[in-house]
Design a protein around this ligand. Structure first.
Ligand SMILES: CCCCCCCC/C=C\C=C\CC(=O)SCCNC(=O)CCNC(=O)[C@H](O)C(C)(C)COP(=O)(O)OP(=O)(O)OC[C@H]1O[C@@H](n2cnc3c(N)ncnc32)[C@H](O)[C@@H]1OP(=O)(O)O
Length: 243
């Protein structure tokens, strides 16, 4: 599956909705057992959540957006398919989250392709289920440091901390993804799927139990004037970068 939402594959409401629909279609297709997730635009895997969905909108929109994000996370994290992320570009914040919920992550070796949950740099806080996903991958201490500092790791460091499973030359990314997929598909589906469910259930239950409260938290947090100002300033900085 190629992510295709120009210019930076931000996770807009429309993109999240389409991703869920496409995942459902693939899961219902008996001929499909695995999925390689990559970007149509080498250089950018995904810029994460769409900042335009979080700026200057009304509370009902924020709630709808957050619900769609939760839906996408729940769908992909619990997917019966083998999901391999072939990360061919920068992967900040929600982009990192998306790769963390796959089963295996391969990052192309390019110093510009940084990955991490950098929310604090924007003056926002990674929600508990982003944090849980990261802790499940790299452990508590490394997550605490990465989350507080909003670290974006270049490939060698991402590998060292365990944020990705493999770093390969850019021209080997797709072939490596396919050989990793073959290895995972050699395992009987039912045993692998039940194991995945068992490993992920506590994290899923944590979000499911608090879904509504989490939406309310997000809406009131993002509606604050101070947060709106931080986000606006961050967007402006991104735009000024060009000039
Ligand atoms: C108390 C507890 C309460 C709990 C409440 C929870 C609250 C948590 C809330 C939110 C969590 C959010 C997680 C996120 O994912 S936030 C998004 C974070 N993303 C980023 O920081 C990435 C920003 N983008 C970049 O760093 C770069 O754009 C990059 C992806 C590296 C690509 O660089 P480059 O190729 O140079 O492209 P440009 O920077 O020039 O960007 C091109 C245009 O795209 C716009 N853009 C970029 N990123 C986003 C984005 N995430 N959303 C929307 N738009 C984006 C950028 O402004 C350029 O636009 P324009 O052409 O109009 O200038």
């Amino acid at each position: 599956m190629k992510l295709k939402n120009p210019p930076v594959n931000s996770l807009s409401l429309e993109m999240l909705t389409e991703l869920v629909i496409n995942l459902e279609k693939l899961e219902n297709d008996k001929a499909v057992r695995g999925l390689v997730l990559t970007s149509e635009y080498p250089g950018i895997f995904s810029a994460g959540l769409d900042l335009m969905e979080m700026c200057g909108r009304n509370p009902a929109h924020y709630a709808e957006y957050w619900k769609a994000l939760q839906e996408f996370w729940l769908k992909l994290y619990q997917s019966s398919l083998v999901v391999v992320a072939a990360i061919n570009g920068a992967s900040p914040a929600g982009g990192c989250l998306m790769s963390l919920i796959c089963d295996y992550r391969i990052l192309a070796d390019n110093p510009k392709y940084t990955i991490g949950l950098n929310e604090t740099l924007l003056g926002i806080v990674a929600p508990f289920w982003f944090k849980d996903t990261m802790v499940n991958t790299i452990g508590h201490r490394a997550s605490e440091r990465a989350l507080q500092l909003g670290l974006l790791f270049p490939p060698a460091e991402a590998l060292q901390v365990g944020l990705v499973d493999q770093v390969v030359p850019e021209d080997k990314l797709q072939s490596t993804a396919l050989s990793v997929m073959a290895q995972w598909l050699a395992i009987p589906d039912h045993a692998r799927q039940l194991t995945k469910t068992m490993m992920r259930k506590p994290t899923v239950d944590h979000l499911v139990k608090q879904r509504d409260a989490d939406i309310q938290n997000f809406v009131s947090f993002v509606s604050r004037d101070s947060i709106q100002k931080s986000l606006q300033m961050y967007l402006q900085k991104l735009r000024q970068k060009k000039s």
